[in-house]
Design a protein around this ligand. Sequence first.
Ligand SMILES: *Cc1c(COP(=O)(O)O)cnc(C)c1O
Length: 245
Amino acid sequence: MSDIAQTISERLKKVQTRIYDAAQAVDRLPDDIQLLAVSKTKPAEDIWQAYQAGQRDFGENYLQESLEKQKHLTRLYPGNEICWHFIGPIQSNKTRAIAQHFSWVHSVDRLKIAQRLSEQRPEDLPPVNICLQVNLDAEDSKSGFTPSELLEHARQISELPKLTLRGLMAIPKPRSDFPDQLASLQRLDDLQQQLQAAGLPVDTLSMGMSNDLEAAVTAGSTLLRVGSDIFGPRATKPDSSGDKH
Ligand SMILES: *Cc1c(COP(=O)(O)O)cnc(C)c1O
């Protein structure tokens, strides 16, 4: 067990160093860039290893799987300070549980989902932080707002009472070439600046994963979502429908 712990904490340290170096290279403050550890398909023990190495924010894609891990970790470590982020596709019948069990939702891809999260957020919890997912490459396989409808929807969503619109999120098409990665990530930054210019107080740009972390930092990301470079490769690609009904 202890060399698994070593591995996750060493990997985490490496990722932190990459963020630091990438930030330095473009004169950004490393502290302005938050790291979200994406723990989908990984067991609760792995999350706890990362927690012990100082990581507090964890991202999950599959509701049922995540709720089980949350319950397990709360039972073993009551009062732990994990901040849970939901980053997976959202079916509307899952919004209530998401509103109850996550502090952040990065994958809000339509108005109706935002309305439901706001309505269903428990009264005793602070507003849920949300990012709007943008379908940058107009891929049929991906959800998200199109760039042209974004501003209008962002305005409406920012007025919902029990959520705080924090910014934008994207999962660009995988590209291996740095300049190509940069170009597509910069489009999300441009859109974020349009929202800011329209008076929306957004401060979070959720972009950058294991293989485009450096490009994302260069393009202005404030929140990186890193999975495999922290927890190791995922054994199987879960089926795209995500949760069982
Ligand atoms: C899985 C996932 C990540 C992490 O991807 P890695 O390549 O493992 O770093 C980030 N964001 C989302 C939305 C994901 O589903």
